[in-house]
Design a protein around this ligand. Structure first.
Ligand code: ADP
Length: 388
């Protein structure tokens, strides 16, 4: 097992259209045994970073260390890693047993008996013993991915690198494999870097997530830390479904208000000292806004806004209500059975404590919601959490 240290990693591709900066001075420390998820939109540099860690790409600049060892210029086979890809990449003419044994045969001096034993033990642990004699075409997608995982695990690597390993599976199986993979990773305690564009996988699987955009690190933190204390508007908008609502507001320090054409809200007390300039972006999560019945007796009357319902979307357990606030769209999720429908005028409550504020130009966070997050995990994470 190993810590993985990424120092100022930069990767530029030369393409006919000019150079592409896929990864831009990325700094990151992944702890021994940690499960870290790289997440971000397509093209943000997740796979390139992973491939650099694997040694499948040469780096343009920067260094990579596994523990104290500088692996920057090492070939993939010199690095003690195992990779799992989206498309399984099993050899079609080999049985599961042969697929799992192949890497060990090629890259170690282990005897056939030892290899057999390791394959058997791993297959047992993963519940795929009955598949050992089958070739890939006889297996379902989920079974193939289990064999591919088994092939990675049997090598007993220092670092697992996984690139969207579950994206070829249907939704139900993906959810099941998500849980299995987490359990497996925690049992094996092997440093794992997992790439996904799926924020649900990122939120549910990682000890910490690394949010990337446009080749640049946006935030490193526990899932809840990134969700409730997003470093900037990008992270705030990327994590969460439906996503955080953003409203552009004018700041009036004299009257102490944030306003647009549809409302005027007091600047939250906790943010008064940090607010400057004339424009900000107000962020509020759909689950933090509520529809209000008793307007007159409400505890926070300054924080009510009159809006019109555009459309409602009953999801079964919750209902998404889409509203028009001065020409901007705002979503509310509610677990109440709501009797509202398109065209209704309703009052919503935007609690001061749940408001996020972002610099209107840079998108940097100025104020977060006061939503509690697990403090022990934050304390652990803050040792290496970086924001950019
Ligand atoms: P992600 O995994 O987040 O979807 P990638 O790391 O695959 O993103 O890609 C990052 C950027 O680098 C994208 O603009 C992509 O088009 C570009 N890129 C990736 N691989 C190559 C390559 N082999 N040659 C040229 N450009 C590439």
């Amino acid at each position: 097992m190993a810590r993985v240290i990424v120092d100022d990693l930069t990767k530029e591709y030369n393409s006919p259209g000019g150079s592409i900066l896929a990864v831009d001075e990325l700094n990151l420390e992944i702890d021994d045994g940690e499960f870290v998820v790289f997440v971000g939109p397509s093209g943000c540099g997740k796979s390139t970073t992973l491939r650099c860690i694997a040694g499948l790409e040469t780096v343009t600049d920067g260094t990579l260390h596994f523990g104290d060892e500088d692996v920057t210029d090492q070939k993939p086979k010199e690095r003690n890693i195992a990779m799992v890809f989206q498309n399984y990449a099993l050899y079609p003419h080999m049985t599961s047993r042969e697929n799992m044994a192949f890497g060990l045969k090629m890259s170690t001096d282990l005897s056939k008996d030892v290899i057999d034993e390791r394959v058997e033990d791993t297959a047992e642990m993963m519940g795929i013993k009955e598949l050992l004699a089958d070739k890939p075409k006889a297996l379902s997608g989920g079974q193939q991915q289990r064999v591919a995982l088994g092939r990675a695990i049997v090598r007993d690597p220092e670092v697992f690198l996984m690139d969207e390993p579950l994206s070829n599976l249907d939704a139900k199986l993906r959810a099941q494999m998500r849980t299995e993979l987490q359990q497996l990773q925690s049992e094996l305690d092997v440093t794992t870097v997992y790439v996904t564009h799926d924020q649900t996988e990122a939120m549910t699987m990682g000890d910490r997530i690394v949010v990337l955009n446009d080749g640049k690190l946006q935030q490193v933190g526990t899932p809840l830390e990134c969700y409730h204390r997003p470093a900037n508007r990008f992270v705030a908008g990327f994590l969460g479904s439906p996503p955080m609502n953003f409203l552009e507001v004018d700041v009036d320090l004299e009257s102490g208000t944030l306003s647009n054409s549809a409302f005027s809200l007091p600047i939250p007390e906790s943010a008064v000292d940090d607010v400057s300039g004339s424009k900000l972006t107000l962020g509020i999560r759909p689950e933090h806004v509520s529809l209000v019945d008793a307007v007159e007796t409400h505890a926070e009357p300054d924080h009510l806004i009159e809006t019109e319902v555009t459309v409602t979307e009953p999801m079964g357990d919750i209902t998404n209500v889409y509203l028009d606030v001065g020409g901007e769209s705002l979503t509310v999720t509610s677990d109440d059975r709501l009797g509202v429908r398109g065209g209704d005028t309703v009052h919503i409550h935007v609690p001061a404590a749940k408001i996020h504020l972002f610099d209107a130009e840079s998108g940097e966070a100025i104020k977060h919601s006061d939503e509690p997050i697990d403090s022990t995990r934050i304390a652990e994470a803050s040792g290496h959490a970086e924001t950019a």
